[in-house]
Design a protein around this ligand. Sequence first.
Ligand SMILES: Cc1cc2nc3c(=O)[nH]c(=O)nc-3n(C[C@H](O)[C@H](O)[C@H](O)COP(=O)(O)OP(=O)(O)OC[C@H]3O[C@@H](n4cnc5c(N)ncnc54)[C@H](O)[C@@H]3O)c2cc1C
Length: 389
Amino acid sequence: MDFELSEELSTLQKTVRRLVADKIAPRAREVDRSGEYPQDFFDAFRDAGVIGLGLPTDLGGGGAGILGLTLAIEEVAKASNTAALMLLLTRLPTSPILIAGSDAQKQKYVAPLATGEVRAGFGLSEPQAGSDVMGMRTRAVRDGDDWLLTGTKCWMSGVVQADWYTVFAKTSEDPAARNHDSISAFIVERSWEGVTVGNVDRKMGVKGVDTGELLLDKVRVPAENVIGEIGGFRLCMLGLNAMRPIVAARGIGLAEGALMYATEYVKQRAAFGTTIADFQGIQWAIAKMATEIEAARLLTDRAAWLADQGRYTKEWVPYLSMAKYYASELAVRASGLAVQMLGAAGYMEDHPTEQWYRDARQLTIVEGTSQVQLGLIAKGVLDHDLWWD
Ligand SMILES: Cc1cc2nc3c(=O)[nH]c(=O)nc-3n(C[C@H](O)[C@H](O)[C@H](O)COP(=O)(O)OP(=O)(O)OC[C@H]3O[C@@H](n4cnc5c(N)ncnc54)[C@H](O)[C@@H]3O)c2cc1C
């Protein structure tokens, strides 16, 4: 067992830390206020070769794997969860393709994303089908060799900027079918006829990267854009399992940023003839949060390591889900603590704590809510996938 980062990963961590200090941190608050897409963040990531970090080298990526991307996102999320989301979006739509897609799909869609030429989105959720994925109504109907896709996807991150989308649709004869092989995944290009971006959400946090609707009206998708096989939903969903540590890293970075900020604040905040940091009640809060952050990092680093080994199938799900569950809940607690430690100042826009508090809130919802993760962890224990004998 080795808890040290490799020299490569350690260098990567330092490089991203510098990039964040120079290009991301100074603009993070402004992006939150304006809500405008920070193209400069994307350019900075692309120019530094970070945009394709987690994608394979033979597709032009950095080959740092999920662990490398996780470490980078942790650094970025200390300053901006919006920027962290931009990096995450290099993997969320591509994961199903990397796992189940054809070589031609990887070359055509993943390779240009690895070099920052295009962007992509991930369309699973629908207005009436979030956690209950099987309730989706988007349909794909065969038409000759092609498929015609019709339906509405919602809450899609990066929908406005994306050039292509990974979209899930029912391909079964019976649209009400609830078995896994009733759903297939497709690559849909933004420029195709019948593809429209609908309402863009007005959201609570992580502003700058929009979420919104993708409307599909009899969009003609060629057979070569089916990811994996028809009915291959289960295979594609392995991509979401592999994403768990990447989302977790957004929570850990946020928690670290919030705790560091609040700690520096209480060290200089005078009260009762001393500083707030001198009080044991505050010190214990800091100590507990620091312990939780390190626990989350260990869970997440192991989950990333597992995912890089291809261990994202059912028997590894509890380990992956624990990282996402624990780190995202931690982000909510840590950002809440940071607001509290700053008192009124933490509630005001003069400090980034209020932004972190809002940003953290989405992490327990996206890519499988905390309740969904708990269900998966529990199933793992009940099935003895996670058992200590
Ligand atoms: C900022 C943001 C970005 C997003 N980006 C994307 C994206 O890029 N692509 C995409 O496809 N989707 C995206 N989503 C959607 C996200 O994946 C869904 O919100 C999520 O899956 C939950 O679905 P829901 O919102 O419909 O909640 P629901 O499924 O309606 O759940 C509501 C509540 O009930 C709980 N619940 C549901 N089922 C159970 C159960 N069986 N047991 C116990 N509790 C349960 C949930 O945990 C939740 O607390 C995004 C969401 C947000 C907020």
